[in-house]
Design a protein around this ligand. Structure first.
Ligand SMILES: [Zn+2]
Length: 115
C-alpha cells in the first residue's frame, strides 16, 4: 500500500518525530508501511527501521538515536517493554515547535504518494 492522504502522512510524521524516530525511517514507513514483510530490528516496539538503518545499525545504536531525538517524556525503553503509547492531541500540540515542523516538511518531501 502507498499512502494517499497528505493529512494522514503529516499526522504520522508528527507522531513519529515526537517519538524520536529517524527521518529516513519515518519517510520509508509512511511510504511502505503495509508492505514490510521481512524481519526488521526492534519489531513490536512501534518503530520500524528503514532498510538502510536496519542493515547498518545495531538495535542498541537505533535505541540510542531514538532516545537522543525523543521529545515525548517517556523513554523508548518503556515502549519496548510492552507499554504502547497513545498521545493526546494536546500533548502533541505542546511538543510541536519550529524544529519539529521543519522535520515534518523534510519527511513529507521524501514520501512517495500515489497520484
Ligand atoms: Zn532510517
Amino acid at each position: 500500500m502507498t499512502i494517499k492522504s497528505m493529512s494522514h502522512a503529516r499526522g504520522m510524521a508528527m507522531y513519529a518525530t515526537i517519538m524520536g524516530y529517524p527521518e529516513c525511517c519515518i519517510a520509508e514507513f509512511i511510504t511502505t508501511f503495509d508492505d514490510v514483510t521481512e524481519h526488521r530490528k526492534l519489531m513490536g516496539t512501534g518503530y520500524i527501521p528503514c532498510a538502510k538503518c536496519n542493515a547498518r545499525h545495531t538495535e542498541q545504536k537505533l535505541k540510542e538515536t531514538i532516545e537522543i531525538n525523543r521529545l515525548y517524556p517517556l523513554s523508548f525503553h518503556v515502549c519496548t517493554t510492552g507499554y504502547h503509547i497513545k498521545i493526546s492531541d494536546t500533548v502533541v500540540d505542546s511538543l510541536v515547535n519550529n524544529e519539529v515542523e521543519n522535520k515534518i516538511k523534510r519527511i513529507i518531501r521524501k514520501v512517495k504518494f500515489v497520484a
